[in-house]
Design a protein around this ligand. Structure first.
Ligand code: CO8
Length: 257
């Protein structure tokens, strides 16, 4: 697959999708969204891919939606643009393969909204985060107002959204926005270690666990418990369940396929 704005590397079940628009610090314009969409569809369909890492080239993860492209749009065009990004982000959030945002630098606006759709967020110590839309006179359009409060709580989300201020990685970790912050030197290795742990577990179980979490995200526990029951019973008799139980009984590591 030949894409202009993303680089793809697949190795040992781990696919790394790198945002590659250096001239604009990986800002998301329509073509970048299209390229990410194609890369995600390819990763979803490729049975060799067990985990997807998203990261950015250079000093930005994603510097936001492309302000130049947006500035020429009128209301109806901006609705289309917002829906296009929101649909892609939701696809990533709900895809059954696990995703890691390896956050290497500036993560602003649409960039933070993208990271919020990934399952696990790991940043290096230089990364910074903001939803600066209020300072641009707009409202976030890739659903940051909806997801950020669920991740860090209503008050902290409102403070970030009202001020648009930049949050450093250590503060983002304390807020619960990140799973882990690493030094610059350890960043790649730490991300890879996490990806390998996930890749070594059962891909079929992970896909069902993620589906159960997605389906149960906005329902009561009384409804959610039956959603989980359905996915849990679906695991029994699968090759990975048989291998997982057999390897435990035989006191060896499982070899999931
Ligand atoms: N859009 C377009 N171009 C950008 C963007 C962006 N978001 N960010 C950086 N660039 C470009 C710069 O214009 C510059 O281009 P050029 O060299 O041609 O002048 C190049 O990237 C390098 O940037 P800087 O020279 O500014 O680099 P610095 O290291 O000095 O600064 C910053 C880096 C701090 C990241 C700075 O570039 C910046 O503040 N960028 C904008 C950040 C921002 O406000 N992001 C939020 C955008 S709004 C948004 O994301 C809304 C999402 C939902 C919209 C949905 C539709 C409604």
């Amino acid at each position: 697959m030949d894409l202009k704005y993303v680089l793809i590397k697949k190795e040992n079940g781990i696919e790394t999708i790198t945002f590659h628009r250096p001239e604009a610090l990986n800002a998301l314009n329509s073509q970048v969204l299209d390229d990410i969409d194609k890369a995600v569809d390819d990763a979803a369909a490729d049975p060799s891919v067990r985990v997807i890492i998203f990261t950015g080239e250079g000093k930005a993860f994603i510097s936001g939606a492309d302000i130049n492209e947006m500035s020429a749009k009128k209301n109806l065009e901006i609705i289309d643009y917002s829906r296009k990004g929101a649909a892609l982000f939701r696809k990533i959030e709900t895809m059954t393969k696990p995703t890691i945002a390896a956050i290497n630098g500036y993560t602003f606006g649409g960039g933070l909204e993208f990271a919020l759709c990934c399952d696990i967020r790991i940043a290096n110590e230089k990364a910074s985060f903001a939803l600066p839309e209020a300072t641009l006179g707009i409202v976030p359009g890739f659903n940051g107002t909806q997801r950020l409060p669920k991740v860090i709580g209503l008050m902290k989300a409102k403070e970030m959204l009202f001020t648009g201020r930049r949050v450093r990685a250590d503060e983002a970790l304390a807020m619960g926005l990140l799973f882990k912050v690493t030094s610059l030197e350890d960043f790649e290795a730490e991300v890879m270690k996490e990806a390998e742990m996930i890749a070594n577990a059962s891909a079929s179980a992970i896909s069902l666990i993620k589906a159960a979490i997605t389906a149960g995200a906005d329902v009561s526990v009384d409804v959610g418990k039956d959603i989980e029951l359905g996915y849990m019973t679906a695991c029994f008799g699968t090759p990975d369940q048989i291998e997982g139980f057999t390897s435990f009984i035989e006191k060896r590591k499982p070899n999931f396929r």
